[in-house]
Design a protein around this ligand. Structure first.
Ligand code: NAD
Length: 451
């Protein structure tokens, strides 16, 4: 689902006209479809070219070959590429960046529409050496700049390895597969940190959630309904949760995904126990929990009343903290689930009229970071996705001109689909993301949020 302007300028006359007038030319993004190729062409794997540094790039190239990809260690003249994978985990000084980065640069013009640039490097924080930290942090600037330079729906993202992870850790390979695929269509200019070597690659990459039970709150419509559909498509059994007032829509979504519906206001004190009870009683397990339910009650802070403030905090963050406590304290859940919470770019950069909402969504980010060690102690993970401008009933209500400006202010020059948020959540909920916890992944097309 792309907006009408994007459809108009994606081809033929509309494309030429927009070009001549210097207007934005968003293209329809390459999105995941089961059975379709992972990338739209061969993958070029670039590592440091120095003597003795060839092992990791070779091993990664062999891994990508085992995924059925066409892999190159050297670019062929004029050949269109599906992706460029840049292995920079060995850089020690800023000067080390030059050869691999400029080697990649020479192939950028050959990147196919919807192509990918993915870097693999180490976190700057894990080095005490200023030169090494400088080289590593420099990669942040490179990826974010390249993401702004690429066109035709191509994206650039990075994987950061913590001290316990290596390029071939399951979490690294899981993040690499996600960034290469159409599942990451609206993720651009972002980094994911893989902190540990845990995790597992899926047996069937098209059914990575087979055998899992997933609870999705706010599932009656919008992004929540898309999450329920995507997790179901990926093999999970779904518990769809929403308020009783949304009961009819909730039942429709639950039926569509062959799951069960739980009518529940998540702000009630025993919401966590009721979710656990329903999942275990009806499905025998609770492996994934998606905190998606959320509300907005916008007002300038100068005009804010207690009702607006209190309801947003209650639904968007206080309920999640209480449900997580119930899960961590439950004797019926020997292994903690993978939890994914929906934050917002408003919680990162702030937004006029949304101090209450930004407090709650910034709160989600704080909660996720602090909860990661607690979940890890019980075998679980917790991460957040922060959507930018997503085409939903909520954003359809924004006045036309403001909406048009808001949806173009990102590197992909369009709003995302609810499905784009759902894809990121499905990845973070999968065993392939086992080494990833306490992370916030923006799904915003590299929104120019001004953070
Ligand atoms: P939406 O309003 O279409 O859907 C939210 C759902 O949550 C509704 O079905 C609603 O009934 C349910 N809900 C609200 N309060 C509840 C409660 N107390 N208990 C149970 N369910 C409750 O919103 P959406 O656009 O689909 O947004 C989903 C999430 O994504 C929210 O957390 C929102 O803040 C976040 N988000 C949306 C956007 C966007 O552009 N649409 C951007 C950033 C973040």
């Amino acid at each position: 689902m792309s907006d009408k302007y994007t459809q108009f300028v994606s081809r033929g006359f509309g494309r030429d006209l927009a070009g001549r007038l210097g207007l934005p030319r968003p293209v329809e993004l390459r999105r995941y479809m089961a059975g379709s190729p992972l990338v739209p062409g061969p993958v070029l794997v670039i590592g440091r070219q120095d003597e003795g540094q060839g092992k990791e790039p070779e091993a990664l190239a062999a891994e990508l070959l085992s995924w059925g990809l066409d892999v190159r260690r050297n670019a062929l003249p004029k050949e269109k590429l599906g992706a460029i994978v840049l292995l920079l985990d060995e850089v020690r000084r800023p000067e080390d960046l030059e050869v691999p980065v400029l080697t990649a640069a020479r192939s950028l013009r050959d990147l196919a529409a919807g192509g990918r640039v993915v870097t693999v490097s180490r976190t700057a924080e894990s080095s005490a050496d200023p030169a090494e930290a400088a080289a590593r942090q420099g990669i942040d600037g490179i990826v974010r700049s390249v993401a702004k330079e690429l066109r035709d729906g191509a994206t650039a993202n990075g994987i950061l390895l913590g001290s316990d992870a290596v390029p071939r850790s399951p979490g690294t390979l899981g993040a690499l597969r996600f960034f290469l695929s159409g599942r990451s269509a609206f993720v651009d200019g972002q980094f994911l940190t893989v902190s540990t070597a845990s995790g597992r690659q899926p047996g069937d990459p098209d059914k990575p959630l087979a055998g899992k039970v997933a609870v999705v709150t706010g599932a009656a419509r919008g992004i929540g309904a898309a999450i329920a559909r995507t997790l179901h498509r990926d093999g999970a059994a779904i518990v769809a949760v929403d308020v009783p007032a949304a009961g009819d829509h909730l039942a429709e979504v639950a039926n569509e995904v062959k799951g069960t519906a739980l009518q529940l206001d998540i702000t009630v004190p025993d919401a966590g126990d009721r979710i656990i009870h329903h999942a275990l009683e009806r499905h025998g397990s609770l492996d994934i929990l998606v905190h998606n339910a959320g509300i907005t009650r916008d007002k300038l802070l100068a005009n804010m009343d207690d009702g607006r403030w209190r309801s947003v905090i209650a639904v968007n963050i206080a309920s999640q903290l209480r449900i997580n406590d119930a899960i961590l304290g439950s004797p019926d859940l020997p292994v903690a689930p993978r939890i994914v919470s929906v934050a917002s770019t408003s919680g990162i950069a702030g937004n006029r009229g949304q101090s209450n909402y930004a407090a709650s969504k910034g709160g989600v980010i704080g909660m996720v970071r602090a909860s990661a060690p607690l979940l890890a102690a019980q075998g679980g993970t917790i991460n957040a996705v922060a959507p930018g401008f997503i085409e939903t009933e909520m954003t359809a209500r924004i006045p036309l001109l403001t909406r048009e400006v808001a949806r173009r202010l990102n590197s992909l020059q369009q709003g995302g689909d609810p499905g784009d948020v759902a894809e990121a959540i499905a990845f973070l909920a999968s065993d392939a993301a086992g080494g990833i916890s306490g992370e916030v992944l923006r799904v915003c097309g590299q929104n120019l949020v001004g953070a």
